[in-house]
Write a protein that binds this ligand. Structure first.
Ligand SMILES: [Zn+2]
Ligand SMILES: [Zn+2]
Length: 410
């Protein structure tokens, strides 16, 4: 009885919406709220008395003026990207409306899409190093974000390497070159500026500010991992602080720059025995990989005990129950402070009063957020650029058994 009534109401509601759209002579206006595009029908609520809903439903909560929200888009490994665990990607939203990505690992775009962001704002990415589990989704954000609503260049901040060919600029330039066919075919129809990428490559040895805008400061400092060119970042804004460690052997720079920060993320890799068991890695290599190229759980705990963050976050292992439990037990032998061993789509809200850890309420049936009027008005190439994209002899092969509809208004 109750279900039938709900269905009836929703059908009536849909009818009312379409009548309204028809009356207005087209699709509904952009759902812009305080300068941000929300999916149709969503209005973010203010959190009252510091009491949050048990799970985070994307686009339903307004950030406070001093609040930071961080979402783990990916927490896993490069070699198995699954439905429930992508590689490294961290989405940071600030109460001033700014949005930042830290890392862009394989699979992270799928989880980012579930948040249904205003894609015009997802245009600043800070990459820790150039392993695929940290940058593998570059093309997906570059091209997908452009199609979804970004009408300004994608800005990539990343380290140099020992040689120019091993640096972020070379990585991005070659990625863009390799997507020539795709990009060429979107020159007409999509905003010109959104199809560009600006690379801000900085020295991997840098210790200090690489970004300063709108009250936000982001600094980089070196990490020690496989080759020269892994780095870590620290973001400061309005009393909030966020530190994101690139893959690394425990290093002095992290201890120095993460000291006393609020949300502090550092890799927490497998133990040698776990790597042997999971991948069949011989003992020497398992020890080298886990404990010389990465940071195993016991060392992660030591790092956090030295840093004493407001809240520590570890990631970069498969969260199978047996592995997870052992990693947690091992971390607890060396660190007893506030901690999350992150799984994908964990979300942290940080205010003066509290750090709230929750899960994202995920929907697999994700619709695009929509684009803004500014996106639709952004400059595009004229239709003539597409005139010769298909040769006359190929065009002449069109089957006359199909007639397309006439173009509206022509
Ligand atoms: Zn990694
Ligand atoms: Zn790595």
């Amino acid at each position: 009885m109750k279900t039938a009534r709900l269905v009836k109401i929703s059908v009536l509601g849909l009818l009312a919406m379409s009548v309204q759209a028809l009356a207005q002579g087209g699709p509904p206006a952009d759902n812009m709220i305080d300068g941000t595009l929300y999916p149709p029908g969503y209005t973010p609520m203010e959190i009252k008395n510091g009491v949050y809903p048990r799970v985070y439903a994307p686009n339903t909560e307004q950030l406070g003026p001093k609040e930071m929200r961080v979402t783990a888009l990916g927490t896993g490994m490069p070699n198995v990207i699954t439905g429930n665990q992508k590689a490294s990607g961290w989405y940071v939203e600030l109460g001033n409306g700014d949005v930042f990505m830290f890392d862009l690992g394989s699979g992270t775009m799928e989880n980012l899409a579930k948040l249904r962001p205003d894609w015009s704002k997802v245009d600043k990415v800070f990459v820790s190093h150039l392993h695929s589990d940290h940058v593998g989704a570059f093309a997906e954000l570059y091209i997908g974000g452009w199609m979804n609503g970004r009408y300004t260049p994608l800005q990539i901040y990343g380290p140099s390497g020992a040689e120019p060919r091993l640096g972020t600029k070379s990585f991005v330039d070659n990625q863009v070159k390799s997507w020539a066919w795709d990009i060429e075919g979107r020159r007409q129809g999509f905003p010109i500026a959104g199809g560009k990428v600006t690379v801000n490559e900085f020295d991997f040895r840098n210790e200090g500010v690489i970004y300063e805008e709108n009250g936000v400061t982001i600094s980089s400092f070196p990490a020690i991992h496989v080759l020269d060119g892994s780095v870590s970042f620290r973001l400061d804004w309005n009393g909030r602080s966020f530190v994101f460690g690139g893959d690394s052997y425990p290093n002095k720079w992290f201890i120095k720059y993460a000291k006393g920060a609020e949300l502090v993320i550092h890799e927490c890799f497998f133990t040698p025995a776990q790597l042997q068991a999971l991948l069949g890695t011989p003992p020497v290599q398992a020890t080298l990989i886990t404990s010389y190229l990465h940071t195993p759980p016991q060392a992660f705990g030591k790092v956090m005990s030295a840093v004493e963050p407001r809240h520590a976050i570890g990631y970069h292992f498969w969260t199978f129950h047996d592995v997870y439990d052992e990693v947690l037990e091992t971390v607890r032998t060396t660190y007893d402070g506030p901690l999350t061993l992150a799984t994908d789509m964990t979300v942290w809200n940080v205010t003066d009063e509290q750090v709230v850890v929750r899960e994202v309420y995920e929907d697999e049936n994700v619709a695009p957020t929509g684009t803004t009027q500014a996106y639709r008005d952004a400059e595009r190439e004229p239709p003539e650029v597409a005139a010769d994209w298909i040769s006359d002899d190929i065009n002449a092969g069109k089957w006359d058994g199909y007639q397309p509809p006439p173009l509206p208004g022509q």
